[in-house]
Design a protein. Structure first.
Lengths: 195, 820
């Protein structure tokens, strides 16, 4: 018989619940028959990989949320993926705490700015953030871009702004970052591989 | 990366996590896999339990890796080359090398330029004023046909083998012990255990990480071990190889994609400013074979490069405009982070972006980094978490004592998604690209990195369209084929870096045969062309998303060979190979050195290479053709002699850390530290001397924390809540420090205060006739997050890096410690 992981949970929940009730000699009335369902049964299972070290452990994430248009889903449990050939279901102390990373109180929620010389953050919109940053970039690039060196070599570089990329971001984000940063002419460009 | 590529051709872990189980001897040195890579470390345990493997740890600390080792030897931080150079000397002196392998698969027989020499700590060509070498003499002798000359008998005194033997003859067991502090008997015991795998049917594998890279001689640490692996004949073998354990989940991927100052995707490089001519640029990189019949795969560079340009510029890239060669910036020097923060500190930078990176905590000499950030006009932090860098301008008392009103930097903080909230792929240390799926929405208004980058770029592009400005061409013409322009999907981007045919691609041997139709995703980089008929954003990733779909999301964990290669699990670069250089797992005739671990072999019936992995060789290369197994090297073989690929010499040499506790180099007192390492003005003066700072400081991770992230997570903040340092019992006693006392650790750049953990795990070593104590400094604290606020450990570390990579010397510097 082929049993999916979710079906397996259902079977376990049902039979465990049933058998232990019987063992106790319970004759459940109608109301008592409402046993508590296994918590993960109503969740969506999503495959992911650990963002910490480079072992690349497989994760199973369980989220609540019915996919209704304005209902935000939320992750309620993360565990190691037993099918994964490297971690075989295990996680280390850091990986086992990933749920707390996802829900950390330090997670940033809105774009903010700290104005020069002040000591607090101000919430701004994404559009304001993009406009203000793009203006600063353009002003710097337009005044400091080097198209040619003093001795006439074509170099097309912009050295007065730099960029550090994230080595926990995906290849897809990284590729797009490379594509954009290079084409602005930036050479002060690195990622964590440097340190 | 900067040591493996010069040796073998590619800068990546050669084998993979599961393959560790096939080893006979496992050496963890320059790393601590049990704590830093716990779930990968299970394969060490597996090898011990089921393959009777012997496990060796060499480390300044008795780590949790050491606690399960069969043999542990202590070593002074920063002296690994002395140890491994001594091992090379031992292997050569005791004739414990795999002769046929060394002769056929390395440059041992090659003849070296007559002008090359090594004398009193310096190689030929040194320029003291520039602190660098003219590397002309670090080369091979060539014949009239342009090929390298070799002496198959290994008799010529100028052959690599004899020069190597001579070079390491100075690394006697006595000398090794004098430098490293490892007792001689323990050093010899480790040598014996490793030497036992010089036979064809036994392998050693090395696992290393930042404990080797974070030194001013980091790259050469790794190269020394790479040389050992060549001598033992362990490269390409299941259970052999070099396992470079990367520190972050996608450091491998971002390096593969070239997000480094001088790089382009797939280990292509940007042009230097002197390289004005496109043909010359290509020619220098399209390396021709140095020995007859070798693949020298970089010959295909023009195909990879033109395909990248087509991906980025589409129709704007034409043969006539050299595929927009001039649109890319050209280098006058490499702008690594130490260089960039030096310029920033001098007030020469105006803007900076930190995307998922916390430089204030991660870079050396926090005072210098904070001072540099304060000179910026604008700083943009893109991160899921509130990092120290984003609040460098805010006063956190003793932990960040600054005056906000005096800091004029405009700081933007943009919230990004984390792994759980996005689709995409990461490359594990094993070079495996694994796809992951979004499981929930991000909090508040947080957005994915690609969406944030697109939002910024499109805004900037709009401004250039409206107002014009400096060299707008690459900005206005950048190919942007995404269905939702301000939010490109991971699927679209993955297909783009995989590459596609822009016209029908035909078989060069049979033009009637179409290999890929116009518009189709490419099956691999072998289909790339240099005439503009293919587009590919990262050639080494080609094949990851072919016409067959997203191979990175594959979930078949079947392992028919039992070696653990799982070829249908996700996708490994290059070409889904799991063990690099696997041609070297067979003898020259194509027969596996060890039948029990057959990775591939030459199939005489079908006249091709086949087996349990994708052959790392042209599939129809008949063994008699003598095509070498190191196909990226123009020599076709691995390099014991790194020619001009390394900054400080073709053979690794022991140099002391810039802050040395012994103040001399017992091998050559006139040249103490790396003579080719770059030191900025002012930083040399900021180095401490042993008189004031007598103890060796070394920084590291704990298994309960990941860098500066997990102090933001509740469980980790409970498991390891408070900053501490580790000191050995002898030092504690001498200083009157008891476990639990608060101590002050000072370097020439600042101080931190932390709780003292007094431990038996760090021993005092006898080095060059003096006692050397080590102070262990875990890195994980700062002034943001749920754990108790603490000092940034990098307040203490010196501003100097490896001469090749500029990776900072975090692992070996001088401190003093006293009761606070």
């Amino acid at each position: 018989m082929k049993v999916t992981r979710r079906q397996f949970f259902k079977i376990c929940t049902a039979s465990l619940g049933g058998s232990s009730l019987a063992l106790m000699g319970y004759a459940p009335t109608e109301a008592l028959a409402e046993i508590r369902n296994f918590k993960l049964e109503r969740t969506t299972e999503t495959r992911n990989t650990c963002p910490y070290c480079s072992v690349g452990c497989g994760l199973l994430m369980y989220s609540m949320g019915d996919k209704a248009k304005n209902a935000k889903s939320t992750i309620i449990h993360i565990e190691g993926d037993p099918d994964h050939p490297v971690n075989r279901g295990t996680l280390c102390p850091k990986g086992a705490g990933l749920l707390d990373f996802v829900h950390s109180p330090s997670r940033l929620k809105y774009p903010e700015v700290r104005e020069a010389g002040t000591s607090e953050w101000k919430r701004i919109s994404w559009d304001d953030a993009f406009t203000r940053i793009a203006k600063l970039m353009k002003a710097d690039r337009d005044s400091n871009f080097v198209a040619k060196t003093a001795d006439g070599l074509t170099v097309n570089r912009w050295l007065s702004t730099g960029f550090l990329a994230a080595s926990a971001s995906s290849n897809e984000s990284g590729y797009l970052t490379q594509k954009i940063v290079r084409n602005l002419g930036i050479l002060a460009f690195d990622n964590q591989a440097r340190v | 990366m900067a040591s493996l590529a010069p040796t073998f051709g590619r800068g990546a872990m050669t084998n993979h996590w599961v393959d560790i189980k096939n080893a006979n001897v496992i050496v963890v040195m320059g790393g601590n896999a049990a704590e830093a890579h716990p779930c990968g470390f299970k394969w060490v345990t597996e090898a011990k339990a089921h393959n009777k493997a012997k496990f060796i740890v060499v480390d300044p600390r008795f780590t949790r890796s050491a606690s399960v080792a069969d043999y542990y030897a202590p070593i002074r931080s920063g002296t690994d080359i002395a140890f491994l150079g001594g091992l090379i000397n031992y292997l050569l002196a005791h004739d414990k090398i795999q002769h046929e392998y060394v002769k056929k698969y390395s440059d041992a027989t090659f003849l070296v330029n007559g002008d090359y020499q090594f004398d009193d700590g310096l190689f030929s060509g040194y320029d003291k004023g520039k602190r660098s070498y003219d590397k002309t003499s670090w080369s091979y002798q060539k014949g009239a046909d342009g090929f390298v000359l070799a002496d198959e008998t290994l008799q010529d005194p100028r052959c690599v083998f004899n020069l190597m033997k001579q070079h390491y003859s100075r690394y006697t067991p006595e000398m090794v012990s004098r430098i490293t502090g490892t007792p001689e008997a323990q050093f010899l015991h480790v040598c014996e255990m490793i030497a036992a795998t010089a036979v064809p049917d036994k392998t050693t594998t090395f696992l290393y990480a930042l404990g080797w890279t974070q030194h001013s001689i980091g790259s050469q640490n790794i190269r020394t071990m790479a040389m050992v692996q060549i001598l033992l004949g362990n490269m390409g073998m299941a259970g052999g190889g070099i396992n470079a354990l990367r520190g972050h989940s996608n450091i491998q991927g971002l390096t593969d994609l070239g997000l480094l100052s001088n790089m382009l995707p797939g280990y292509m490089t940007l042009a230097g400013e002197k390289e004005q001519d496109f043909a010359t640029y290509l020619d220098k990189r399209a390396l021709k074979p140095l020995r007859p019949g070798q693949m020298s795969y970089w010959q295909n560079y023009p195909k990879f490069h033109v395909s990248l340009m087509k991906s980025w510029y589409g129709d704007a890239a034409t043969k006539e405009n050299n595929w927009c060669f001039d649109w890319l910036p050209k280098l006058d020097k490499v702008y690594d982070v130490l260089q960039v923060f030096e310029l920033m500190h001098q007030g020469k930078m105006n803007g900076y972006f930190a995307q998922g990176f916390n430089p204030l905590a991660s870079f050396p000499n926090k005072a210098k980094i904070g001072g540099a950030l304060a000179k910026l006009k604008y700083l943009v932090v893109i991160d899921p978490l509130a990092t120290e860098t984003s609040e460098f301008w805010k006063n956190f008392g003793e932990f960040n004592d600054v005056d906000s009103s005096k800091i004029q930097t405009e700081v933007f903080r943009l919230p990004s998604t984390c792994f759980a909230e996005e689709d995409g792929s990461l490359v594990s240390s094993s070079r495996v690209l694994q796809w992951h799926f979004k499981g929930a929405d991000a909090p508040g208004e947080a957005r994915g990195d690609a969406e944030i980058m697109s939002g910024l770029f499109l805004k900037l592009r709009e401004m250039y369209k409206q107002e014009g400005g400096a060299f707008p061409d690459p900005i206005l013409n950048l190919s942007w084929p995404y269905k939702i322009p301000d939010s490109p999907s991971s699927e679209e981007l993955a297909k783009e870096f995989n590459g596609k045919a822009l016209a029908d691609i035909v078989d060069p041997k049979d033009p009637t045969k179409v290999l890929a139709k116009a518009g189709e995703q490419l099956a691999g980089f072998a289909l790339l062309r240099d005439d503009g008929s293919t587009a590919c954003g990262c050639w080494i990733f080609s094949g990851a998303w072919s016409q067959a779909g997203n191979l990175m999301a594959r979930r078949d964990n079947a392992d028919p060979s039992g070696l653990g290669n799982t070829l249908n699990w996700a996708f490994a670069w290059p070409a889904n190979r799991r063990i690099l250089y696997n041609r070297a797992s067979c003898d020259p005739s194509g027969k596996p050195w060890d039948a029990k671990r057959t990775v591939i072999s030459w199939n005489t019936k079908e006249n091709k290479w086949a087996g349990m992995d994708i052959p790392d060789i042209r599939p129809d290369a008949v063994p008699d053709e003598n095509v070498g197994p190191f196909i990226m090297n123009p020599e076709g073989v691995a390099r014991l002699f790194a020619v001009d690929k390394m900054a400080e010499g073709p053979f690794p040499e022991h140099y002391e850390p810039f802050e040395t506790p012994i103040g001399t180099n017992p091998l050559h007192p006139n040249v103490i530290s790396n003579p080719a390492a770059r030191v900025f003005k002012g930083d040399m003066e900021a180095f401490g001397k042993a008189k004031e700072f007598p103890y060796v400081g070394t920084t590291y991770r704990l298994t309960e924390h990941f860098h500066f992230w997990t102090k933001h997570t509740r469980i980790s903040a409970i498991l390891q809540p408070e900053q501490f340092v580790e000191i050995g019992e002898e030092l504690a006693q001498a200083k009157g420090i008891k476990a639990g006392d608060k101590v002050k650790v000072t370097s020439n750049r600042g101080f931190i205060k932390a709780v003292a953990v007094v431990t038996k795990r760090i021993k005092t070593l006898n080095v060059n006739g003096q006692q050397v104590h080590t102070v262990g400094i875990p890195i994980h604290w700062g002034f943001k997050g749920l754990a108790k606020n603490g000092y940034i450990a990098n307040t203490l570390t010196p501003y100097v890096g490896d001469a090749n990579t500029q990776t900072p010397e975090f692992k070996s510097f001088l401190v003093n410690v006293e009761k606070a």
